[in-house]
Write a protein that binds this ligand. Sequence first.
Ligand SMILES: [Zn+2]
Length: 337
Amino acid sequence: MERFIQGLPKAELHLHIEGSLEPEMLFSLAERNGVQLPYASVEEVRQAYQFSNLQSFLDIYYQGAQVLLQEQDFYDLMMAYLRRCHDERVIHAEIFFDPQTHTERGVEFATVINGLQRAIVDAEAEWGMSAKLIMCFLRHLSAESAMATLEQALPFKDWILGVGLDSSELGHPPSKFIEVFARAKAEGWHRVAHAGEEGPPAYIYEALDLLQVERIDHGVRAMEDPLLMQRLAQTRMPLTVCPLSNVKLKVFERMEDHNLRDLLKQGVAVTLNADDPAYFGGYLNQNFIAAWQALNLTEEELVELARNSFLASFISDERKRSFIARLETYAQAAPAQ
Ligand SMILES: [Zn+2]
């Protein structure tokens, strides 16, 4: 089954590029840029990746991002991730970046996006994959800061597929960002938001009704509200679920407790994703493998998760059909058992 998962064509829809910064690259960029790190070794960094909740992770994540200063740093980060996609048969990726994590430190918006986009162009040429950027606003910062970021992004509009909302969820409901999401919609951008990871189902309603999102990132706490579950299933609203992240950040105590299979069974369009793989112990295939092992997912369910990833993506219907045809050809030609 692991081989089957490895070769399964799939899309990644919930991946923070800053969260793919591996400890080895953290050290090499720190050295290249003369940034002092509070760690003596790669092992010590990995030791520090023990989290009790979302905030304990975010504190370390923002610290790590400080080594990213030059356009080449962002290029190298993205290229390393896309190489991983190529190895894992991720044939399409919609990748989050957090401009404010960098602009707040004095790095220009253009420096960030030029590096990221140049790597995407090179990877597409080299491996024939497709990748696009989704710009996330940090919800612990103000709505004004989000709007200013949106305006900085306008000259790069064509490189950006949509906008999202991430960082500390509790205390920062989607309703804080109504105006900026309305503006994003007017600019023709797609909209997604993290909701219902640590926050209550009410945040999922807000994301749907007030921000008019087209996907919910995480959303696993929807299970607490039967009416919401019914609505998600009926509208086939995608949830980009991140199993390893959820266990690492104690949303679920153990992988065996994860509700993704129940969500699937109740008709919700679940996709599997890696979130911040350098911090949470694995990229997309590792998430598939961990979920399969703990929840006894069937081959049909694994294929359904991969199919959902294409259906929930923001590519044209024609490309969706072509990716799903590749998936089905694979599943028929290479059954796991
Ligand atoms: Zn996330």
